[in-house]
Design a protein around this ligand. Structure first.
Ligand code: BTN
Length: 326
């Protein structure tokens, strides 16, 4: 345990902290502190040692760190509800199993890699090491019809978290794909369980996959996908991003019903689809239209070539000039 405790002290110090002080605070010997520092260094933490000033943590390895995530969430009501895994089949599957055994709202399953990541419409989601794969359990206690805007607002929360940690201004391709410079940086899959008698949403799992430190994508994806690393040229600290995401999602969840209009407004402000020509796909039928705005449930408002208007609330829309059908 000393290793985690030393890491935790170094993280909260933010500057140099002496070995003497750490051994006093943790009630362990100086030798135990030195051993913990060596272990952390072997794991990739860069810890500088300056005479008379002590140790300073200067860089963390690109690995999800439960200590770092919970430290960044100190005082947050969801702090103790983080499940951090190196690898898992799908964080959504794992979270859905947890909901069945009564896991509370705010339980988050966070992984550095998925072996069977799932996307929308039964597709797979490539989930190599380097990304952030994240599922959050919510228990909104309202009907599914009242949650039409949930996935769209989750996309806003993702953009907030990315902006906070990296400074990048992500936009949203309707209905809910965060994009940077026109390329997809994140996919979101929301899954609902209903209470049979009342038809209320028993629980919702919001699944989020963010391309973080993948240096490149396979040729079939390189035109349509990007990562934070590709955009900024430097790796993003995935633990910091995970913690920022927890905070952003919990804000969104708190205001989901009470400040819906403001959040849908923020969605509309980030939505790159508005003003573009789109093709609406319904089954086999393709109808051209122009996207003119965003409705109160985050549906897409459109105008058809004959001047009539309508709105689209399912994901059956493709945007010309950006990546293909989503
Ligand atoms: C899409 O763009 O089609 C949605 C992709 C959603 C992927 C995320 S990654 C975390 C969570 N676990 C999954 O298996 N899927 C979601």
């Amino acid at each position: 345990m000393t290793k985690e405790e030393v890491l935790s002290l170094l993280l909260s110090a933010g500057g140099p902290v002496s070995g003497e002080q750490m051994s006093r605070q943790l009630g362990v010997s100086r030798a135990a502190v030195n051993k913990a520092v060596s272990q952390l260094r072997r794991e990739g933490y860069e810890i500088e040692a300056a005479t008379n000033r002590g140790y300073r943590l200067s860089a963390c390895p690109d690995r999800l760190s439960p200590v770092q995530i919970t430290k960044a969430l100190e005082g947050h009501p969801w702090q103790t509800r983080m499940v951090v895994l190196e690898s898992v089949d799908s964080t959504n599957n794992y979270a859905k199993n947890l909901t069945a055994s009564g896991a509370p709202e705010g339980t988050c399953v966070i992984a550095g890699r998925q072996t069977a990541g799932r996307g929308r419409r039964g597709r797979g989601f490539i989930s190599e090491e380097g990304g952030l794969y994240f599922s959050c359990i919510l228990r909104p206690g309202v009907s599914p019809q009242q949650l039409m805007h949930l996935t769209a607002l989750s996309a806003v929360a993702v953009c907030d978290a990315i902006g906070e940690v990296t400074g990048l201004q992500a936009q949203i391709k309707w209905p809910n794909d965060p994009v940077i410079n026109g390329k997809k940086v994140c996919g979101i899959l929301t899954e609902l369980s209903l209470v049979a008698e009342s038809n209320e949403a028993e629980s919702v799992v919001v699944g989020i996959g963010i391309n973080c430190n993948q240096p490149a994508f396979p040729p079939e994806l390189s035109e349509i996908a990007t990562s934070v690393l590709e955009q900024t040229g430097k790796p993003v600290d995935r633990s910091a991003l995970a913690a920022a995401l927890v905070q952003a999602l919990s804000r969104m969840n708190r205001e989901l019903m009470t400040r819906k209009e403001a959040w849908v407004g923020r969605f509309a402000a980030r939505c790159v689809t508005v003003g573009k020509d789109v093709v609406i796909l319904r089954g086999e039928t393709q109808t051209p239209a122009r996207a003119t705005g965003v409705g109160p449930d985050a549906q897409l408002l459109v105008e058809y070539p004959d001047g009539t208007t309508g709105s689209v609330s399912s994901g059956e829309v493709s945007v010309r000039g950006m990546y293909g059908y989503v």
